[in-house]
Design a protein around this ligand. Structure first.
Ligand code: BGC
Length: 743
């Protein structure tokens, strides 16, 4: 599907959702002045206990049910929000207590982690970012929103927009990778997808930018670990995707778990108040991460619960997730003057404002009859398949082993993940169900001709030492014309609390690939994984490699679409693949050193035992056709520092198939008052070209792209020379230069 088609689909979806959910209401858009008035009126009537109730969020049971105590707390006005409670009937039951049974009738706000789909699961966000197509992300999140809305949810703890430069960190799977520009584009798209233009409109849900901030910079890639990030790097690298969510109108933020430069983020006034509210004028509310307020004690920022509550609330956390310290200790803190009434009132105001904007007071209930019909529809599955196909990255195809013919006599489908229904769903798979997953084996069976024999052998597990299944797998490969081996990671080893010190394939998976490759049969490796893996032997030896990621409910169909050429892969890596874990952190947009790496110079910035270059660079990905970049032209050789220019380049499909290319534009500010990265992505366009077709792509560069946050925290465009580089990935680029003048 091309982007035009996706955009149309997005439009159709919005209209359809108006028809489905619209029966409940007309426009829910509230006039800002009315909202503020209603907030103040309500606030005036609230007791302290009721105010503190709005600051509390509690967890439901893992099956989606609420807990018995929620009923009583809500009746007394002591609970404002739940997480994980879902299902139309349960939501209505609990909501009934809030709006009919409590004194002030303030509705409950139901939240859940809808990260890459609710019931129809889309590729993991890192995989979806490989599409380099924000329209795909907007579509998948808007479908996720509609499914979530149908089960009574009004708030997702997404998008996760943490920049991650360390694949040891399991949560790299949840974001858009290592780059702030690509990350900001996906952050915007995901907020738009969840919230639409009005998060109060039927079918839309409130989004939450998380984890504010620098959570992805955890030392050693160990989850929850300390981060030490200069303000320079925060502003230029870690902030931009968050700023993009604010510009896109995100309603909420989540404070993170990590310590940042000595002040845990959930008690960090600089980020929660000075930057977020002061500089960015964010007027939504901040929820803490799960028990992050209580964890301030472990951080050593507080000696007891009371001090932890004081630190978090004064820093700018409004709603406390799961721990109950605001509720328990605010009365005493107020009495002692350690927290002011104005601070509490402001937090309540921010939460009520969002509840009013959501239209919750007018429409607290969800239509139980509409629930089941909204989930896992044929249209949602079709979109999941298209987006999964767009997200796959062809890493190698040396003998044109791919695409495979559908009328092969026999194909061997091998590997621990060839018929696994859980792994493709990845981490935070909402209410996605393994039984709905199309596995690669099923997808291939559905794709090939009636005469083709599809054999399957698991070979080994992803963990453990057994090679007992090797002989069967080898015999199957020998009896087939081609072998496709599915290896990678299980969903349980990516995501939260899934940091790893090795990025190699686990168990005997590599040995299995070696055994199959040794048969001499044309071999294809398909990687199913949630983070970059170190697979240099496979890259050196196996002719064809497809990075399929954890591609969701429809992954098997999407993989088959790509393997057999119905979809020509056009994805690009949103993150650098290292050769070995010892190279980590390795990312393309690094600063230069005084001694840049040189092969023949020992005293240069490199390793003695491994190359300094990555296994695959950022932005990398092949196609079944070939593209040529030429004729890079700049509209000016010199511009003023408040001016702009265009860069244009010709891209030609020189191969024999229609295919997609992602033209990528990078800049380098050659000398400035601070060292600048050797390359920074500042533009990209995914285009479809027919064989022989040539198109000139135009990028605009202005101060927004050319400037940076300097040592004084000011955004500046400094005079001097700039490089503009354009190409199919961050390494293979053609270059031109221009100058910026003025001060
Ligand atoms: C995670 C958040 C998530 C929250 C609620 C935490 O452990 O860090 O990303 O939103 O749980 O499930």
């Amino acid at each position: 599907m091309n982007p035009g088609k996706l955009t149309r689909l997005l439009l159709i979806l919005s209209v359809a959702s108006l028809l489905i959910f619209g029966a409940l209401s007309h426009s829910r858009a509230q006039r800002p002045k009315d909202v503020e008035q209603r907030v103040e009126n309500l606030l005036r009537r609230m007791t302290l206990a009721e105010k503190l109730g709005q600051l509390q969020q509690l967890d439901g049971e893992s099956n989606g049910n609420f807990r018995p105590e929620h009923l009583e707390l809500i009746r007394q006005g002591l609970l404002g929000s739940t997480l994980n409670v879902r299902g139309a009937q349960r939501v209505n039951q609990l909501q009934h207590v809030a709006v009919e049974g409590s004194r002030l009738k303030i509705p409950n706000l139901f939240g859940f982690d809808v990260i890459h789909g609710y019931r129809t699961i889309f590729p993991i966000p890192l995989g979806e970012a490989s599409s380099w197509d924000p329209v795909s992300a907007e579509l998948s999140t808007s479908i996720a929103a509609r499914e979530a809305y149908a089960v009574g949810l009004r708030w997702t703890f997404a998008p996760m927009v943490d920049i991650a430069r360390d694949p040891r960190w399991g949560r790299i799977t949840e974001g858009a990778g290592e780059d702030p520009f690509l990350g900001a584009a996906f952050a915007r798209a995901r907020v738009r997808g969840f919230q639409g233009s009005d998060y109060g409109a039927p079918g839309n849900i409130l989004a939450c930018a998380k984890h504010w901030v620098a959570y992805g910079a955890a030392e050693g890639g160990r989850d929850y670990n300390t981060t030490e990030v200069s303000e320079y790097t925060l502003r230029n690298v870690y902030f931009p995707p968050f700023k993009a969510t604010v510009d896109a109108g995100v309603g909420t933020f989540m404070s993170a778990f990590n310590d940042l430069n000595g002040v845990p983020t959930s008690a960090n006034h600089f980020i929660l108040t000075s930057v977020l509210r002061g500089e960015w004028k964010f007027d939504g509310f901040v929820v803490s991460d799960y028990t992050a307020v209580k964890e301030l004690i472990n951080h050593g920022l507080a000696t007891n619960d009371k001090e932890a509550a004081q630190a978090a609330i004064n820093a700018g956390v409004d709603m406390e997730m799961v721990s109950r310290l605001f509720n328990q200790h605010s009365p005493a803190l107020l009495k002692e003057g350690k927290v002011t009434q104005a601070t509490i009132d402001e937090a309540v105001r921010r939460i009520l404002r969002i509840k009013f904007r959501l239209g919750l007071f007018e429409h607290p209930y969800v239509d139980e009859a509409a629930e089941s019909g909204a989930l896992l529809t044929a249209a949602n599955r079709a979109a999941a398949r298209e987006i999964a196909g767009r997200s796959m990255v062809l890493l190698k195809n040396s003998n044109e082993t791919l695409p495979l013919k559908k009328n092969l006599g026999a194909i061997a489908v091998i590997g621990p993940l060839a018929d696994d229904r859980r792994a493709p769903l990845g981490w935070w798979a909402g209410d996605g169900k393994p039984e709905d997953t199309i596995t690669p084996l099923a997808g291939i069976r559905a794709k090939v001709s009636a005469q083709t024999k599809v054999g399957y052998a698991k070979g080994c597990d992803t963990l453990g030492d057994s090679t007992a299944g090797f002989a069967e797998a080898v015999a199957l490969a020998e009896a087939s014309e081609v072998a496709v081996v599915f290896v990678g990671e299980e969903a349980e080893v990516v995501g939260e609390a899934a940091s790893k010190s090795s990025l190699d394939l686990t168990g005997r998976q590599l040995d299995l690939v070696k055994a199959i490759q040794a048969t001499g049969k044309p071999t294809v490796v398909v990687l199913i994984n949630g983070r970059p893996l170190t697979v240099p032997w496979i890259v050196d030896t196996v002719p064809s490699i497809l990075e399929a990621w954890m591609a969701g409910t429809e992954s098997g169909n999407a993989i088959a679409d790509v393997l057999f050429g119905d979809v020509n892969p056009g994805g690009k890596l949103p993150v650098t693949f290292p050769r070995s874990v010892g190279q980590v952190p390795i990312y393309y947009n690094h600063l230069n050193t005084g001694r840049p790496p040189e092969a023949k110079n020992r005293y240069s910035s490199k390793y003695l035992d491994t190359p300094w270059t990555p296994l695959f660079p950022f932005g990398y990905g092949l196609s079944y056709t070939q593209f040529k970049f030429s004729n890079l032209q700049l509209s000016a050789r010199s511009i003023r520092n408040n001016g702009g220019l265009t860069a244009s380049v010709e891209v030609e499909n020189t191969g024999r198939r229609t295919g997609d290319e992602v033209a990528q534009l990078y800049i380098r500010d050659l000398a400035a008052s601070m060292s600048r990265p050797v390359k920074e992505l500042k533009g990209f366009q995914r285009i479809t070209l027919k064989p022989g077709e040539k198109r000139r792509i135009v990028f605009t560069l202005n101060s927004e792209h050319l400037g940076f946050w300097n040592g004084q925290g000011r955004f500046v465009v400094e005079p001097g020379e700039f490089s503009v580089m354009v190409g199919p990935n961050s390494e293979d680029v053609i270059e031109q230069k221009f100058a910026v003048t003025g001060h």
